[in-house]
Design a protein around this ligand. Structure first.
Ligand SMILES: [Zn+2]
Length: 342
């Protein structure tokens, strides 16, 4: 009886795995164009609210969702990082079911490397693991900096961050993961005994490559990241936020080309040279806009007329719109209409 029970469990888990795998493959076949939204959801309540909007979002053309969870999850693998009001495993599974019913692919995200604090509040990771801080003991109350970074060269980092990435992708039955990595201003800091004096581009690339080894090579998932640290802010004219002026840009030649680059530019510009740059290096590009409807419209138009590896359009939200208004949000409607008209 016990043997039959074990067989049943093995069979059920195998079937479950195959279904999940087949769904992902089928989704990719059905959707050569990715029309996505990026939303931050760090609570169980917030996830349920988004879940209720999925049918309306699908109707608006959304077929992909970058779900930035960060540490808003009831992690079991690293309980010290768990948020009590965060998303539970059961919430994630229910949400995943609803996404599949609405033909929406989930790409979970933790913003990695940078963005480990916001204003005076230091994020969960560095509160629980201050030893991973790139600038330990520096900048009290985060005064004088934009955001804290973790140290990509710390020997204990992998054992902390990879289990939570695995837990999130498993809970949401995802075939992809977004590592964030935008706006990293603190890197190869003079205050880090491991990174001090190193080339910021090499340190940044090492971090990307470590993620790639785990996410793509080991877990066989697709990897996504923001593109700003890979662009030269001066040469492109993008400046120091949506591109790099802190020495990380040559990392573009040191990382695998199967990573999908989310190329974010939120303002109306006469040209978007990053599309040529990323495609020229062999990357797939997902142009990403924000709340300015005309800028979103223009960037989507520039992407939609390309014949290369520009995969669609990603609309970021950054709290500029409520969940219930999102399906009819003007930047989304305008940007998606460019691709629908293609
Ligand atoms: Zn370091």
């Amino acid at each position: 009886m016990k043997f039959i029970g074990i067989l049943f469990v093995l069979l059920a888990s195998t079937l479950g795995y195959c279904r999940s795998d087949n769904w992902s493959k089928e989704w990719n076949r059905r959707h050569p164009t990715w029309l996505g939204i990026h939303v931050i959801v760090t609570t169980s309540t917030g996830l349920k609210e988004l879940q209720s909007q999925l049918p309306a979002l699908a109707k608006s053309g959304v077929n992909s969702l970058v779900l930035e969870v960060d540490f808003g999850f009831q992690f079991k693998s690293r309980p010290e990082l768990a948020s009590p009001t965060g998303i539970s495993y059961d919430d994630a599974r229910s949400f995943s079911d609803s996404c599949r019913e609405n033909d929406i692919r989930i790409i979970p995200q933790i913003n990695c490397l940078g963005h480990q604090s916001w204003q005076k509040v230091t994020g969960t990771l560095l509160i629980k693991h201050p030893e991973l801080d790139e600038t330990p003991g520096q900048y009290p109350d985060n005064e004088g900096i934009y955001c804290r970074s973790w140290c990509p060269n710390h020997p204990d980092l992998a054992s902390v961050i990879f289990p939570v990435i695995d837990e999130l992708t498993d809970a949401f039955r995802a075939d992809a993961f977004h590592v964030g990595m935008d706006e990293v201003f603190i890197i190869a800091s003079e205050f880090c005994p491991r990174c001090k004096g190193q080339d910021p581009a090499k340190v940044f690339a090492k971090s990307v490559n470590d993620f790639h080894k785990h996410i793509v090579e080991k877990r066989k998932l697709e990897m996504f990241m923001w593109g700003d640290r890979l662009l030269d802010g001066k040469v492109t004219g993008y400046g120091s936020w949506e591109a790099s002026e802190n020495g990380t840009q040559t990392a573009i030649d040191l990382i695998p080309k199967d990573i999908v680059i989310c190329d974010w530019h939120y303002e109306h510009r006469s040209s978007y040279p990053s599309l040529d740059i990323f495609e020229g290096k062999g990357f797939r590009v997902w142009p990403s806009s924000w709340k300015d409807p005309d800028a979103a419209d223009l960037f989507a138009l520039k992407g939609s007329i390309r014949k290369g590896q520009t995969v669609g359009h990603l609309v970021t939200t950054w709290y500029a719109v409520g969940m219930s208004e999102l399906p009819t949000w003007e930047p989304l409607v305008k940007a998606f209409s460019r691709w629908k008209a293609k």
